[in-house]
Every structure is written in C-alpha cells, then in structure tokens.
Design a protein around this ligand. Structure first.
Ligand SMILES: *Cc1c(COP(=O)(O)O)cnc(C)c1O
Length: 227
C-alpha cells in the first residue's frame, strides 16, 4: 500500500481514547523522504515529528502544511537550529536542555512549547525525568521564561506483560490529570508507537507517534538522510 493509502486507512480507523478525547496523530518521519512526508500530509497528517536535527534541517524547506515536532534526543548544541521552527518539543528530558531551550527562545523572542519526557519504564537506555519528579519539573518548566509546557511524553519499555504496560499508561494518565489541575492549559499525553498505540489510546493517551505503520519498515542499511 502507498503512504497515502496507509494514512487514509489509519486516520479512518483511529478511535477516540478512553476519555472520549480525539487522538492526535504525529507521523514519525525519521529516514523518510520529503516526497513521502508530503504524501502523508496530503492524505491528512497534521503533524510530523523528527528525530535528527540534520534531517530536520535538510528537509525543512521541502515540507509544508503540517506542524513540526521534534521527538528525538536533542543535544543542547543543536537547539539553535530548531528555535522558531518547531511547534512542539516532545522530548524535553533533562534540565540542561530546558536551560538551553529557554535561553535560545528568549533570545529569539519566541515561546517554545514542550512536553516533559518521563522515563516511565525506569530504563537506563532512555532519557527523561523520573516519574516521581515529573510533576514538579512540569510546574517549574512551565514557569520558565520562553517555555510553555503542553503535557507529557513517554515511551513504553519492551515487555510481553500487557498488564504491566497498561498500568504504566494509566500511571502516566493519572499524572497528566493531576498536573492538569494545576496547569489547566496542558493538553497532550504523547504515548504510543506502531507496536503499542492501541494499548496506549485505550488507557488515556491522546497523542501518538507513528512511523512504520504509515511509511513501512525503515531501511537502516541505507541511511536516507538526504531525504
Ligand atoms: C521512531 C519513533 C517513533 C515511531 O516508531 P514506529 O515504531 O516506527 O511507529 C515514535 N516515537 C519516537 C520517539 C521515535 O523515535
């Protein structure tokens, strides 16, 4: 199936989440060509998420008509290339990155919208704030000049134990709801990729980041950074 067909089918079948909220689809576009990304946008994708700053820069001017999100690990020395061009930084995972985003945003005269990334599976290989410190972090970051907190992002660990994974999403949803009481403007809980988005949506996620299901399997033997 073409990207267009994949997107059309995906959007037509996407349910509301467990809370009756609409779920926002973000196309995860790492290693995809500008042509494929524009095809996805033409088929109804409203937001795209990049992982690599270099790819983001190479393709930036050749993609139009969608919100631009950054969803990958972001080095502080590369923040300058994204400022003013990114609608949502989904992977705010550490204080040093927050400082740099704040500093650069203030300097550019923009407010940068961010999601606080939470390391919900306590995985050493993943970035993010610890669950226990996430709410304090969200409040502090929202009060930081140049930053506007819009919610949380998290990635589920690999596990066969569906009950465990459900519990993790529910825990994140509780954190989101609790935070929304003090920061009423937050609107996103970004959880769910091709392999686990249904479980996430069924348990309260309202933003999903989908790559493989829309674009097909990525070919890591042949990096397509030229886009
Ligand atoms: C690649 C990626 C996705 C999408 O993964 P798929 O399994 O291809 O859907 C989602 N989120 C992040 C942060 C990613 O890097």
């Amino acid at each position: 199936m073409s990207v267009r067909e994949n997107v059309t089918k995906f959007l037509s079948e996407m349910p509301r989440n467990a809370f009756g909220e609409q779920v926002k689809l973000v196309a995860a576009v790492k290693m995809q060509t500008a042509e494929a990304i524009n095809e996805a946008i033409a088929a109804g994708v409203e937001a795209i998420g990049d992982n690599h700053v270099q790819e983001f820069r190479e393709k930036y001017d050749r993609i139009a008509g969608a919100e631009r999100h950054f969803i990958g690990h972001l080095q502080t020395n590369k923040v300058k290339y994204l400022i003013g061009k990114t609608d949502l930084y989904q992977s705010l995972d550490r204080p040093e990155l927050a400082e740099e985003l704040s500093r650069r945003s203030v300097r550019a005269g923009v407010a940068s919208s961010v999601l606080v990334q939470v390391n919900i599976g306590c995985e050493e290989s993943k970035g993010g704030y610890a669950f226990e410190e996430a709410m304090d972090a969200a409040q502090a970051l929202d009060g930081t000049e140049g930053l506007l907190v819009k919610g949380y992002m998290a990635m589920l660990p690999i596990s066969e134990d569906e009950g465990y994974l459900r519990a993790l999403v529910q825990k994140m949803r509780s954190l989101y709801d609790e935070t929304k009481r003090v920061l009423p403007h937050i609107e996103y809980l970004s959880m769910g990729m091709s392999g686990d988005w249904k479980l996430c949506v069924e348990n309260g996620s309202n933003m999903i980041r989908i790559g493989t299901t829309l674009f097909g399997a990525r070919d890591y033997s042949q990096k397509q950074t030229q886009g």
